[in-house]
Design a protein around this ligand. Sequence first.
Ligand SMILES: Nc1ncnc2c1ncn2[C@@H]1O[C@H](COP(=O)(O)OP(=O)(O)OP(=O)(O)O)[C@@H](O)[C@H]1O
Length: 351
Amino acid sequence: MLTLDRLSLRFDHQPVLDRVSLTLDEGRIGCLIGPSGCGKTSLLRLIAGFLAPDGGRVLLDGEPVAEAHRQTPPEQRRVGMVFQDIALFPHLNVTDNIAFGLHRQPPAARRARVAELLARVGLPGLGDRYPHQLSGGQQQRVALARALAPRPRLLLLDEPFSALDAELREQISREVRQILLREGITALFVTHDQNEAFALADQVGVMHGGELRQWDTPYRVYHQPADRTVADFIGGGVLMPGRVRDVDRVDTALGELRGPLPPGLAPGAEVDVLVRPDDLVIDDAGPRRARVVECLFRGARMLYTLELDNGQRLPCLASSHHAHAEGTGVAVRLDLEHLVVFAQSSRLTSR
Ligand SMILES: Nc1ncnc2c1ncn2[C@@H]1O[C@H](COP(=O)(O)OP(=O)(O)OP(=O)(O)O)[C@@H](O)[C@H]1O
């Protein structure tokens, strides 16, 4: 449905996007994450047609809508957008806001579509209200309904929930996923929030410095990060030093770890092993001792920072039922599903 083919963009001769390629199938939801300034919004603006690329192409349903010297105007792309600042028309009521893009349709069809969307976004009966009479979450649902009304083939959403508080954000992002799936809409989100991306998306894209470093399922982005930058950005893990012992073995402060290693690592090579908070288990029968240096209560879970005898600090997410106080000792074992190893020579790119 959506194909980006080596899309590049410069602002004032500075590269902002560098040969970004991805495909998003019809009816799927994609989500771009990455640090501030990495080019996420610029990428959405290129797809919508508000910016023209300096290189590469944007294709919708296989048809080029942006390439070096040919641009389809935004209004002909059938691409909808929902922005962070909700921007409903303040002088129009909810019904007229939603009906805004339907002016070419007969009044009866317009009314039916508005009623259908009001029900779909969970706001039946609020059609006569004005934007200032709605909560932030309700306004965002109206903005979504307005963008969906003309049945765009692709919906782009730029941090649509960032103005909402954390609890509401989670609830509304779940609802929005259901609404998009029911409408069969292909959508591409931008968000700062990894949890939101994982909850919403079929495909997650991790951007850094104008490059798309990985475009993959949420599971693979989390468990099989493509490079150190992705590993460092996602999931609150740390990179722990190790030394290759054999083709499938690494010695670390947590003992010998086994699993496939990247090619080209000879025995004796210095490596970094990714340890995420859910990889480390507090277990009385565990082979290593650690000291609790910090504990953060997270409701059902506790996020510990543990320190091994050699000073290595590691995050550990554990049930909060059996709390371990700061300063106490615990026994730990590593429960890695996938061994993720990077050669130490490939230095960590800064965030
Ligand atoms: N109109 C512009 N002129 C010049 N530079 C720009 C312009 N718009 C954006 N930039 C630069 O392009 C880069 C990418 O910006 P963009 O807004 O796409 O990033 P982002 O990943 O969406 O950031 P954020 O998460 O903070 O919204 C930034 O370095 C920004 O300063």
